[in-house]
Design a protein around this ligand. Structure first.
Ligand SMILES: [Zn+2]
Length: 136
């Protein structure tokens, strides 16, 4: 199953300074997050496309989060296993122990938000490691 989000916005052309039409997107393919940005300039005909995986550029992430309500992760078990949950979060997010603990508390409190593909991956990894989670 593939989860994807996208946003349209206006940028500035690097060649002629005109206004470009931009499309940015993020999707979850398997267990990998992909992102892409396509720009085209009606004034000079210039076009470019960049893409990557895992960490989405900050600017694009902000636009995606602003375009629609962020997705929220909810733990569905009444007494989630903190050790397993932290292990799963740590392997996915590459955080130190202190930050991982903070993220786990956010998740448990229902305050952790992200783009839908990000939240879907996080919930999936948590569930797989024995800490049932869902995205709302
Ligand atoms: Zn141009």
């Amino acid at each position: 199953m593939m989860e994807g989000v996208g946003v349209e916005y206006v940028g500035t052309c690097g060649s002629c300074g005109g206004r470009t039409r931009c499309h940015g997107g993020q999707s979850l393919v398997g267990d990998v997050l992909h992102w892409s940005i396509e720009r085209s300039c009606p004034a000079c005909g210039g076009a470019e496309a960049v893409c990557g995986r895992d960490d989405v550029p900050d600017d694009l992430r902000r636009r995606l989060l602003a375009a629609r309500p962020p997705a929220r992760i909810r733990l569905t078990a009444p007494d989630p296993d903190r050790v397993r949950g932290m292990k799963a979060l740590r392997s996915l997010l590459n955080l130190d122990l202190v930050s991982t603990g903070a993220v786990f508390e956010q998740v448990r409190a229902g305050d952790y938000t992200g783009t839908r593909p990000e939240a879907t991956l996080l919930a999936r990894v948590l569930t797989r490691s024995g800490v049932p989670a869902e995205v709302r």
